[in-house]
Design a protein around this ligand. Structure first.
Ligand code: NDP
Length: 298
């Protein structure tokens, strides 16, 4: 039995935050304004509240200005359009995100398309997704960006490896499959993208040199689905009720960590793996937006 090494996303995220803080401090020293990230939060979904609070805290820690527009769950399409249009035009705001999910009466795709691509620091706009696919400068979606950065900084080579990504959502699995398979400096993997209609999933996960789970089902990946020595990245995050804990719950991923850690060579924990990387990726995109690194401002 082997005991795998942890890929410490929290520590890597702290290192990147320090780098961002230094760049922001240098901008302020040069009499430039601090980068400014805004978020629109519609309704009071508890997970969204937590995410937006973490984002505000992370911005504060690195010197990025953070503003949150809190709108009631009853917000109409017209009202949300107006806030997006305002932020698109506000020169003080470098980038903004629309926190998902939205209440059921609002169609997320419509609003994402309304965000100007140059301010879409979540990297969800079709223009940014298309540019990513073509290898052009763009804002990368935060979680895939975070996973790639985590692999890179943990010195996990991906070129020539077989990466199996389980989950094909537009915000995680599909963009990850594109990034890892691109002909680019940190790409060149052979990628298999799996989903709920994949036949013989286990036979595919067992072939993975790098297995990435973005499924949305707690403890889904079991030890017998993992090739010995594989690198396992767990994107999933779930709150499971656990009366033995003071808070009444424990956090779990899409990977059964206790089982899989005996098989994998490297593994990300939950919490402290991919989660902290998602937020720093958003900070990185905001910094890039403020420095016009992706789209030059008119
Ligand atoms: P989605 O629900 O949008 O997508 C889940 C994907 O998993 C779908 O492609 C689905 O297939 C596939 N899937 C579901 N069941 C199975 C199965 N039995 N076998 C194979 N594939 C299956 O989830 P997200 O991509 O948004 O999120 C995935 C996980 O990552 C969640 O736990 C989420 O909470 C977490 N997450 C974590 C983040 C972080 O920062 N750590 C950020 C974003 C998400 P199909 O397409 O056929 O339906």
């Amino acid at each position: 039995m082997t005991t795998s090494k942890l890929i410490d996303g929290k520590a890597v995220a702290e290192t990147i935050k320090k780098e961002i803080a230094e760049e922001v401090a240098a901008m302020i020293d040069a009499d430039l304004k601090a980068p400014h990230l805004a978020a629109i939060l519609v309704g009071n979904d508890p997970a969204s509240e937590t995410y937006v609070a973490s984002k505000e805290k992370a911005c504060h820690a690195v010197g990025i200005t953070s503003t949150t527009y809190r709108l009631p769950g009853s917000t109409t399409e017209k009202e949300l359009n107006q806030v997006i249009d305002f932020l698109n035009q506000d020169d003080d705001v470098d980038g903004f995100i629309l926190q998902l999910p939205l209440p059921k009466h609002l169609n997320a795709d419509h609003f994402i398309e309304r965000i100007h691509p140059s301010k879409d620091v979540d990297g969800f706009h079709p223009v940014n997704i298309g540019r990513m696919q073509l290898g052009l400068p763009c804002y990368l979606p935060a979680t895939p960006y975070g996973v790639v950065e985590l692999l890179k900084r943990s010195k996990v080579a991906v070129a020539g490896k077989h990466c199996v990504v389980v989950g094909r959502s537009n915000i995680v699995g599909t963009p990850l499959s594109i990034l890892l398979s691109r002909k680019s400096e940190f790409g060149n993997a052979t990628v298999t993208l799996c989903h709920s209609r994949t036949a013989n999933l286990k036979s595919l996960t067992l072939q993975a040199d790098i297995l990435i789970a973005a499924i949305g089902q707690a403890d889904f990946i079991q030890a017998d689905m993992v090739k010995p020595g594989a690198v396992v990245i767990d994107v999933g995050i779930h709150r499971l009720s656990d009366t033995s804990k003071e808070k009444g719950y424990r956090l779990a991923g899409d990977v059964n960590f206790e089982q899989v850690k005996s098989v994998a060579s490297y593994i990300t924990p939950v919490p402290g793996g991919v989660g902290p990387m998602t937020i720093v990726s958003l900070l990185q995109n905001t910094l890039s937006a403020s420095q016009n690194r992706v789209y030059s401002k008119p």
